[in-house]
Design a protein around this ligand. Structure first.
Ligand code: COA
Length: 377
């Protein structure tokens, strides 16, 4: 028998870092790095024992991905050709962690939108593609800093973390174990992106998003009822990051190995993830009696514009009208789990009572999660 309790998104929030890197700036830094490396290894390159590093191109980045800029926590470190990764200040154990600080900003916005005080929240789920430390959970630190009640835990399903977190929170609300939850996605992608690899150096940016989920009956303003959620996974090595706790135990210890940062086989990801996502959404919609013509908006994971164009066409059976499937990746790049929630947060207020929409995120794992929502109020 279906649960009498219904869950709803009653607030959302986005924390956007203040520093921006445009494609042009990124390419200047990468090309300077490439020139320096090639000069440094000129003899080996001349002897044919080393392949010279190629130059990157802002035109390629925009046409292959749709990305025009990205927000980051530290621009100077990323753009320093002698460094090529962010420089973040060391924080002692009594200072809020970087992820918790970003999370608080996004959660505060979501709480204000829902008209709730932190003490009214029963659970915090910090759902992200990398966590700053193994334990104590970042979510428990967020719980303490905000002053929320109940419990908190971290979870990681890479780019799909937000939708999997929403399903977990909605299920707990429907089962009656909690009345409300914050699902927060602080993503410091700039720290696990390999900025020295031309094939991927443009992909990611930093951000934090939050969704506040409550029992529908507790909502005091407009809300999005969660009609249904669906998550799926299928193991693949095509997007991988090997920076785990066994690192020190390996023969080369903590060496700065390429596989300790984000690795992907982008072409394969494209070919394999697209059909998985299109089939997933189609079956989720049909099992819930949702027709393409019922969907007023689709908020997709923000990795690549052509990917989203393809999925939008598959889901709707036609090219989406402007605004039906909003992209934010031109401004934010890929922000892993946060992407679909940025799109939702920025482009959902105008929906009308009774309108149906779909949030979908997908990526490493492989993983895909979809949430069918209906606007009330
Ligand atoms: N500047 C200039 N040229 C570049 C370049 C750069 N920054 N990066 C790659 N190229 C070159 C390649 O070397 C290749 O040259 P070749 O044809 O001579 O071999 C050519 O451009 C095409 O490269 P390719 O990697 O096949 O491009 P693509 O069209 O697949 O686009 C991605 C690359 C990463 C944008 C795309 O594969 C993608 O978005 N994949 C899915 C990403 C995704 O969802 N990831 C999930 C992460 S969570």
């Amino acid at each position: 028998m279906p649960s009498p309790m219904r869950a709803a998104i009653t607030g959302s929030g986005v924390f956007t870092p203040s520093q921006v890197i445009t494609n042009d700036e990124l390419v200047v830094a990468f090309n300077a790095y490439s020139d320096r490396q090639n000069a440094l290894h000129a003899d080996a390159i001349a002897a044919g024992t080393r392949t010279p590093l190629p130059q990157s191109s802002a035109e390629f980045i925009k046409s292959a991905s749709g990305i025009e800029q990205r927000y980051v926590l530290d621009k100077a470190g990323v753009l320093d050709p002698d460094r090529m990764y962010p420089k973040l200040a060391e924080r002692d154990d009594d200072t809020p962690s970087q992820m918790a600080e970003m999370a608080i900003a996004a959660c505060t916005e979501a709480l204000a939108q829902a008209g709730l005080q932190p003490g009214q929240i029963d659970a915090v789920i910090c759902a992200a593609s990398n966590h700053e430390r193994a334990y104590p959970a970042i979510a428990i630190e967020i719980q303490q800093l905000l002053g929320t009640g109940g419990f908190a835990f971290d979870m990681n399903v890479a780019c799909s973390s937000a939708t999997f977190g929403i399903q977990a929170a909605a299920d707990m609300i429907r089962s009656g174990s909690i009345r409300s939850a914050l699902v927060v996605n602080p993503e410091i992608c700039s720290a696990h992106l390999e900025w020295r690899d031309r094939d991927c150096h443009f992909i990611f940016g930093d951000v934090a998003t939050a969704t506040l989920i409550e029992r529908s009956e507790d909502a005091t303003g407009p809300y999005f009822e969660i009609k249904s959620t669906r998550c799926a996974t299928d193991f693949s090595n095509n997007i991988r990051n090997n920076n785990g706790f066994l690192r020190r135990s390996r023969p080369d210890g903590v060496a700065d190995r390429r596989d300790m940062q984000f690795m992907q086989n982008g072409r394969k990801v494209f070919k394999e993830v697209l059909p998985m996502v299109a089939d997933h959404i189609a079956s989720h919609m049909s099992d819930n009696g949702v027709e393409a013509s019922d969907l007023k908006r689709i908020w997709l994971h923000q990795a690549n514009k052509s990917m989203n164009d393809f999925i939008g066409r598959k889901v709707l059976g036609r090219t989406p009208e402007p605004g039906e499937q909003p992209n934010i990746l031109q401004d934010y790049a890929n922000t892993s789990s946060a992407g679909s929630i940025i799109a939702f947060s920025k482009y959902s207020n105008d929906l009308k009572d009774g309108d149906t929409g779909l949030i979908c995120s997908f990526g490493a794992g492989y993983s895909v999660g979809s949430v069918i929502v209906e606007k009330h109020g």
